[in-house]
Design a protein around this ligand. Structure first.
Ligand code: HAM
Length: 429
């Protein structure tokens, strides 16, 4: 079997039973956006390469090292999206959502592609759930976005080891002066060549260096929150006070710098302490000025991206069992040729009534069919043999208690709707 193909390096398949967790996590991460007035948006998986170069920033690792860029047959340079924000903003401008009621608020989910060195929690294709809200500089919008990110992780998924780190990176007014201060400070240090190069591209990134000996040298480094202009300082205080009002616990992280260039003012990251090196399960912040860079008007914006892959790892690391709302509830077994059509018809009726139902195929023996019922975790089995066909009945067996009864087939749906919890039934038309 050695000639079987494998998923490309740094990618993996989402298959059952893991895919149940995957869907539940995606659903939980998207729920706060649906509770907060965000509309759904979907954009192409590939975009004009220039969009990411301009939108994400040429100096970032994402653009300089990690993009999947190719020329199509028409000679266009295209890139598989490495992140969601640039494409979503492009779509907002192209579809003139920026001309309607503001803020324009959207949420999205889908895969992103980065040519990274794969390891646990770091992949070449990863999936995010994200939001973008544009057209308002109100700090209450920053707080809304931060609340959505953490509410999903802490309250809907029940993760207890998530920390919310928050910082302000200042704005185009106050950051340049701070940058000079920091550059002067870094120039006086004995940094290795790679770090010196990083400092030249973006000195703020050096603050994020995790190596203890570098952190030691940076103890007295000037920090952005101490050098904010008045407007940024007031904005930051308001965001924090709104988070207090929302009961959101956070840690001030004056050295937090994110890997993408577009952030100003509020920046935040969600860290899960059970994940080792790839501990960031989400991040985001404000990007006032980015829309202008992309050719739009001077609209402010704020958003986040939550990593679905890493959040699944976090749920597993904490041993959390999420309820499977789509689990099969009823398993129908036909014994003999004459029962097959009746079984098929009954399965159709039960599914139409919103009851999650499966059946045994290929005329299995009762023993093999009952094994199938057990394996899928059904609460009830319905057995139809020749006697039942003749009497227009079924045998309804409760697989938890082992009790069974004979029931007219016409009463099946009604009886099961009463016996099963409402959550297991999908909404009826
Ligand atoms: P980001 O921090 O690059 O931000 O990615 C967001 C999240 O996606 C990360 O915190 C992480 O959980 C997950 N992630 C990123 N790269 C990988 C990878 N190689 N493997 C697995 N998971 C990964 C953004 O992408 C911004 N667009 C977020 C944003 C939206 N900011 C404002 N609006």
């Amino acid at each position: 079997m050695s000639n079987l193909f494998q998923a490309p390096k740094g990618t993996y398949d989402i298959v059952p039973p893991f895919s149940t967790l995957w869907l539940a996590v995606k659903q939980a991460l998207a729920t706060p956006a649906m509770l907060s007035g965000y509309g759904y948006i979907e954009t192409p998986l590939f975009e004009d390469t220039g969009l990411f170069v301009r939108g994400v920033g040429e100096s970032t690792d994402v653009v300089s090292k990690e993009m999947y860029t190719f020329e199509d047959k028409g000679g266009r340079s295209l890139t598989l999206r490495p992140e969601g924000t640039a494409g979503v903003l492009r779509a907002i401008l192209e579809n003139r959502l920026d001309r309607g009621a503001l803020p324009a608020k959207v949420w999205y989910t889908g895969p992103n592609f980065r040519y990274e060195q794969p390891q646990s929690g770091r992949y070449r294709q990863h999936t995010q759930v994200g939001v973008e809200a544009i057209g308002s500089a109100d700090p209450a919008l920053d707080a809304e976005v931060v609340w959505m990110a953490i509410h999903a992780q802490r309250n809907l998924l029940g993760l207890t080891q998530v920390r919310l780190l928050i910082n302000s990176l200042g704005c185009h007014e106050c950051r340049p002066a701070y940058r000079v201060l920091l550059t002067n400070f870094l120039d006086a240090l004995e940094l290795d060549e790679a770090t010196r190069n990083r400092a030249q591209i973006n000195p703020l990134r050096v603050l994020d260096d995790k190596r203890p000996h570098v952190q030691e040298m940076l103890v007295d480094a000037p920090l952005m929150p101490d050098h904010l202009c008045e407007a940024c300082a007031t904005h930051h205080e308001k965001v924090l006070s709104y988070l207090d009002a929302l009961g959101v616990q956070y840690e001030k992280a004056p050295r937090l710098v994110r890997g993408l260039d577009y952030y100003v003012r509020t920046t935040f990251e969600l860290i899960h302490d059970g994940l080792g090196a790839q501990s960031a399960i989400g991040g985001g912040g404000r990007y006032d000025g980015l829309i202008e860079t992309l050719g739009g008007s001077a609209l402010p914006g704020v958003g986040f991206g939550l990593g679905v892959d890493r959040t699944c790892l976090a749920v597993q690391a904490e041993g959390i069992e999420l309820p499977n709302t789509n689990a099969t509830q009823v398993f129908v077994i036909a014994l003999g040729e004459s029962a097959n059509t009746i079984a098929v018809e009954l399965v159709g009726k039960l599914r139409t009534a919103g009851i999650s139902t499966d059946m045994s195929f290929d005329s299995r023996s009762i023993k093999a069919a009952m094994k199938g019922a057990d394996r899928c975790g059904a609460r009830f089995a319905i057995i139809i043999g020749d006697d039942e066909v003749a009497a227009a009945t079924v045998v309804l067996k409760n697989l938890e208690s082992g009790e069974q009864e004979s029931l007219p087939i016409d009463l099946c749906t009604q009886t099961l709707l009463k016996a099963l919890p409402a959550a297991s039934q999908t909404p009826k038309e």
